[in-house]
Design a protein around this ligand. Sequence first.
Ligand code: 5AD
Ligand code: SF4
Ligand code: FES
Length: 346
Amino acid sequence: MAEWQEIIEKGKSSHKLTHEEICCLLAEPACEEELARAADEVRHAYVGDGVHLRGLIEFSNYCRQNCAYCGLRRDNKNIKRYRLSAAEIVALARQAQAYGYKTVVLQSGEDEYFTLPRLRAILLSIKELDLAVTLSIGERSYAEYKALREAGADRFLLRIETTDAELYARHDPGMSHERRLRCLQDLKTLGYEVGTGTLVGLPGQTIDMLARDILFYQQIDADMLGIGPLVPNPHTPLGDAAPGDWHLTRRFVAILRLLLPDSNIPATTAMDTLKPGGRDIMLRSGANVVMPNVTSGEARRNYALYPGKACVNDTPEHCRSCMSARIAAMGRFVAEDKGFRQRRKI
Ligand code: 5AD
Ligand code: SF4
Ligand code: FES
């Protein structure tokens, strides 16, 4: 038995791996299929065959931050900025509900136009629809997170991008790694389901750092984990960087499923962008969630984190039936419940 086979067996049965063992799997392309198969089995045993669809509403592409990789960064003058009105956002949530989605994800750049009272009004309207609501709006104060939670927000996504403070400082100028950690802690304290994740392929990122990311997610017991490879955006300082390694990202996600067996893990759009059909492969490599976009028209095109985003020219209706068919084709089904994390005995 190769060393990596023993490590996979250990991860699968004990849900614990050391830093060295994680590095070994990340660095070993030959283990990928077996690792993915083990992750798929753990996914089946802990979260079942239901795939949770979360309707993504990209409601503003304004951002006060300047992340080196992201097309929404404030210095990018090449995109047309937009904001949806409260009425438009609520209408999209209604649309998502009509498609049968049980959760909407409200995502934007860090846009200060959306003050607490504005967000609260939107949340209160959406909560009348009996949908779970996930926010993905970046860093806010404890008091704001608290008020948003009280207005009905159930979950929050805030990727740490990398747990390496120095690498973070290099690619996220003006942002504080410490503050980001505090935000995650605040969200947890307030009873949100907390999602975070890594951007795989940041220049300077090492296997060692990625292994530490994985152990960090296990340590904070993250409820959701969104992992994607870097897709270089020519309108950003990382335009000439190499794309993130798709296969390394797949191994990363599969290891997460072994170590956090009952968490919710999306098959991310960036995985489909670098390899058409990539999300399907991820659903068979540990993932159990997909976030189909319900934003339509110009807004959908202008929410350009990176070029070539999968589905950007498709309609929300088309994605909904496309995704349902893809899920059925792999012998799985669209889950009927809201898809909160169900803690299982590990
Ligand atoms: N490639 C891949 N992912 C990106 N993100 C931002 N820019 C890129 C890019 N060029 C991701 C970040 C952020 C999420 C909303 O999108 O990880 O957290
Ligand atoms: Fe803004 Fe998020 Fe893009 Fe950074 S990654 S520029 S915070 S939208
Ligand atoms: Fe968007 Fe298939 S999911 S076109």
